[in-house]
Design a protein around this ligand. Structure first.
Ligand code: FAD
Length: 412
């Protein structure tokens, strides 16, 4: 069997793996990426948030993305019947990027992967991790390429960025139930032939059909648009078994988008993902970290998935590089505690979305510009800024404020 030796093995060439690879390569670490699929490959997760731009920049990958002219995203619009709440990332509490992109992920991820290959990173596509054995922090990983050849890769460290492949959580039995209610989704792309001219046509929107059921509309710069529905698994499973009919029936329920997508065919049969939220018992261990969806995925509602994937990929890379250079790293504090802090903030926002409390704040009129700027910073991904009371006191501020607003309304 072939054998190979590297400092860091990265499993998966999604955004998380590519950002980690870009940063480590830039800092001269010996690395290898193994990726099960042949790129481009389809994956969902098309609405980015501004914080992730910092990661592409630090990994040296931003310029390659800029060249692609993806649709720019300057904020997000939430719709509930006739009510509209528009967030503008340039008007947010925390410092940081005020725009990002909405992207077809096949193209976006392929751009990242091809850029790390161009820079000289050794990426083996169509090569799947079958097994991993640890001896202390050192590991031996068994991989199989598309022709069935086996290889053993020895590494000082593994960054598991395998997304829903969840390689190490499966092998090391680290799966844990999510704290988020069981939701499912169905989605497809359309050629957006009725797209209105100007800003309306390219605006990303989340249309609330019922408190727990919402539709996403994500226009891309190539003229196609992604449409998806999210709701409790029982709701999604109550729709027609014919996925095309099911998604069309949900679009019909949207007063805002019904006409735009009337009679427009899907470019592929809608995909359905059931009970997508997942978690793990630990985020790292001797000789490895779990990043992105290989660790925790909450919910699509605030588009945090890719940002957490790149945040955790980048942090893993930075911390391991320090260790490689002889520094002591406190992984529990510097990795687990840090990541959990950010995830917990978003988890509260997701939960409060589905209780309806956050929707109460979004659609309350007149708007409170100060509250809006603070929530906007969270939606942009700045969930570690403890100066922001909507970060620091996340576990009760939304609930308390919604309670006051609801009481005021019923007293009127
Ligand atoms: P991925 O992008 O999934 O990459 C993992 C890679 O690992 C894959 O290429 C895979 O082929 C490879 N791999 C798997 N197993 C192996 C193996 N055994 N060996 C080698 N390679 C392997 N996020 C957002 O930010 N915005 C959104 O709008 C959004 N919408 C979503 C909607 C839905 C319905 C769902 C379910 C998720 C959504 N997400 C969204 C989340 C987003 O999809 C993920 O958070 C993001 O793709 C995670 O990136 P990643 O790099 O961790 O994993």
């Amino acid at each position: 069997m072939l054998k190979e030796n590297v400092d860091v093995l990265i499993i998966g060439a999604g955004p998380s793996g590519c950002v980690a690879a870009g940063y480590l390569h830039k800092n001269n670490a010996s690395i290898k990426v193994v990726e099960k699929s042949l790129f481009p490959r389809f994956v969902i997760g098309e609405s980015l948030i501004p914080r992730s731009m910092e990661h592409y920049e630090e990994a040296g990958l931003l310029d390659s993305l800029k060249e692609k002219n993806f649709e720019k995203k300057f904020g997000a619009r939430f719709i509930r019947g006739e009510e509209v709440c528009l967030f503008d990332f340039s008007d947010k509490f925390s410092e940081g990027w005020d725009w990002t992109w909405q992207v077809p992920r096949a193209d976006f991820d392929n751009t990242l992967a091809q850029e790390i290959v161009r820079k000289g990173v050794d990426v083996e596509f169509e090569t799947e991790v079958l097994d991993v054995k640890f001896e202390g922090t050192n590991s031996k990983t068994l991989v199989k390429d598309k022709d069935g050849n086996l290889k053993e890769i020895s590494a000082k460290f593994i960054i598991d960025s395998s997304g829903y492949g969840r390689v190490l959580p499966r092998i090391l039995k680290l799966d844990a139930p999510s704290s988020i209610p069981e939701n499912s989704s169905m989605f497809a792309h359309v050629k957006d032939v009725n797209r209105p001219e100007g800003r309306e046509g390219t605006l990303i929107s989340f249309d609330i059909l019922e408190t727990k059921v919402w539709l996403w509309v994500i226009p891309f710069s190539d003229g196609n648009t992604s449409i998806g529905v999210v709701g409790p698994t029982s709701y999604i499973n109550s729709l027609s078994e014919d996925k095309t009919e099911a998604l069309k029936s949900v679009i019909q329920k949207s007063d805002f988008y019904r006409d735009r997508f009337e009679g427009v065919d899907f470019l592929f049969e809608p995909h359905k993902i059931e009970n997508y939220s997942c978690s793990v018992t630990q985020l790292c261990g001797p000789g490895f970290t779990l990043t992105g969806n290989s660790s925790e995925f909450l919910d699509p509602v605030f588009s945090s998935g890719v940002c957490f994937a790149t945040e955790s990929g980048m942090l893993s890379a930075k911390l391991f590089l320090r260790e490689l250079n002889g520094e002591k790293v406190d992984w529990d504090k510097e990795y687990t505690e840090y990541m959990r802090r950010g995830v917990n903030v978003f988890a509260t926002y997701v939960k409060e979305w589905y209780t309806g409390n956050l929707q109460t704040l979004f659609f309350h009129r007149p708007e409170n510009p100060d509250v809006k700027r603070k929530i906007c910073a969270v939606l942009a991904g700045y969930v570690w800024d403890e100066e922001n009371p909507f970060v620091k006191k996340h576990d009760n501020v939304i609930r308390n404020m919604a309670h006051i607003l609801n009481n005021e309304k019923s007293a009127q």
